[in-house]
Design a protein around this ligand. Structure first.
Ligand code: GLU
Length: 470
């Protein structure tokens, strides 16, 4: 059975590049009826952020990427949090020491610093030659140590990556990396191998930054007599041709996009296509369709550039097809943020806005008209296209009030235009400006009356009347 995993470090933040890695691993597993596992890689305790695991779990949940095994839900291969697996790593590190594939290293920071200063590009295997007795003596004396991988001095490591093809690295270019740190915690270089094997991972899907270090991991698989997984390395998401989309850009986080008013699935849909294509022209795909169409052959070897305009467009398609109630519920927090406590029919505002938004935070701009009325510039009555003027507004204002009081406002406005020998558009312009004081509104005058209520609409028209009379 296919088993894939997502193995984030808990940094308090889920980068959309990470989310895409999770998504591809999920799609790949689900397509073949396999399992998707979440593993938390928290062995770098200096980077530990409180609540970070919850951030990841909640983000995956919102994105609709459901894991079969992992923290909280458990599974047969747990624990799924690396800091709880310390004893396991130590056990395998011992085995590697016994077979000569790893060794104790007592070198101090000072010695390593001096080595580096002298021009060495990697560790010089200084401690590899220590005798067993010497090692024991130093451990017993409480000297701090690390455990390093013993990389062969010559030869090369070759493997096949499903995206990049055959990859080959000379062992002389690899360093004897630390497997176990002095605090007893494993490094990524060690833990990823132990965990992927013990968790039965068949396909290892991760960022391309691990492409060239994978031969090192393969040496560990071989030393322990384990089968290597299939490797699928992914290109990063770029901000532009030269830069990765990074946290520093301020908006590379999944949660940042949600806060901007992107819908979770629109983000998922968009990033699915950033680096993979279904080999047809479809751009809007449900999770089910993504699962059904996913294939490793569709993964791109080149990196892709993030295009927020495109994601906004895709998001607008999802917004338009939301059930009205659901849209209203999603819009509510944005009303609370940008236009709280207004005397308007918010549910009706949702009806007006739903077809007009690309992202929910557009509400800020689209609803600005609600606050435009007080003291608006009367020059707004002047519209070049419609050839309207302030004088025309003055002549029409009583008529506008009468129309508002009538039962069929649209029809009444039409009759008013006819009676005055004006174009309908001229009267509608004057009417809408008189009600809102805003050049752009989501809907015409009649909709604005419905939004504000008849009483408020009449009050506004009277105010304008008084202003025009001066
Ligand atoms: N913890 C690693 C990272 O966040 C995971 C890499 C992997 O998937 O193996 O980059």
């Amino acid at each position: 059975m296919v088993r894939t995993r997502f193995a984030p470090s808990p940094t308090g933040y889920l980068h959309i590049g990470g989310l895409r890695t999770a998504l591809y691993a999920y799609l790949f597993a689900k397509k073949s009826g396999g399992k998707f596992i979440l593993r938390i890689e928290d062995t770098d305790q200096t980077r530990e952020v409180k609540g970070a695991v919850e951030v990841i779990i909640s983000a995956l949940d919102k994105a609709g990427i459901h894991y079969d095994e992992g923290p909280i839900v458990g599974g047969d291969c747990g624990p799924y949090v690396q800091s709880e697996r310390k004893a396991i790593y130590l056990e395998y590190a011992q085995k590697l020491i016994e077979s000569g594939d790893a060794y104790y290293c007592f070198c101090t920071k000072e010695r390593l610093g001096a080595l580096h200063e002298s021009g060495a590009t990697k560790y010089d295997k200084h401690c590899l030659s220590l005798s067993k007795a010497e090692i024991q003596k130093r451990i017993d004396a409480g000297e701090p140590y690390v455990i390093r991988q013993n990389i062969p001095a010559s030869g090369n490591g070759t493997y096949h990556d499903e995206v990049f093809g055959d990859v080959s690295v000379d062992f002389k270019d690899l360093e004897d990396n630390i497997l176990i740190k002095s605090d007893g915690m494993p490094t990524y270089n060690f833990a990823n191998v132990i965990d992927d094997h013990l968790m039965g991972i068949t396909h290892c899907i991760r960022g391309v930054e691990y492409l060239m270090s994978t031969p090192k991991y393969n040496l560990l698989y071989d030393a322990l007599g384990w089968q290597r997984p299939v490797y699928i390395h992914l290109q990063p998401i770029m901000r532009d041709a030269a830069h990765k989309l990074s946290k520093r850009d301020g908006d590379a986080g999944f949660e940042d996009f949600l806060a901007k008013g992107f819908l979770p699935h629109a983000i998922v849909n968009y990033i699915a296509l950033l680096g993979w294509n279904p080999k047809d022209t479809r751009e809007k795909l449900s999770m089910r369709e993504l699962i059904d169409s996913f294939s490793v052959e569709g993964l791109q070897k080149s990196s892709s550039i993030f295009d927020e305009t495109k994601m906004r467009w895709l998001n607008s398609l999802y917004i338009k097809e939301m059930p009205a109630r659901e849209f209203h519920a999603a819009a509510m927090p944005f009303y609370e943020k940008y236009i709280p406590n207004k005397n308007i029919d918010y549910a009706y505002l949702s009806e007006l806005l739903q077809p007009r938004l690309e992202v929910l935070s557009d509400i800020r701009e689209r609803a600005a008209f609600i606050d435009s009325f007080d003291g608006f510039d009367l020059e707004l009555f002047v519209n070049k296209k419609w050839k309207t003027s302030i004088d025309m507004a003055r002549d029409l204002i009583d008529g506008c009030i009468a129309c508002t009081e009538s039962n069929g406002i649209g029809e009444a406005l039409e009759k008013l235009a006819e009676a005055r020998g004006l174009k309908k558009g001229q009267v509608l312009w004057i009417y809408r400006i008189a009600l809102t004081g805003a050049a752009a509104t989501p809907g015409g005058g009649e909709e604005m009356v419905k939004l504000f209520g008849k009483a408020e609409a009449l009050k506004r028209l009277e105010t304008v009347k008084a202003r025009l009379a001066k």
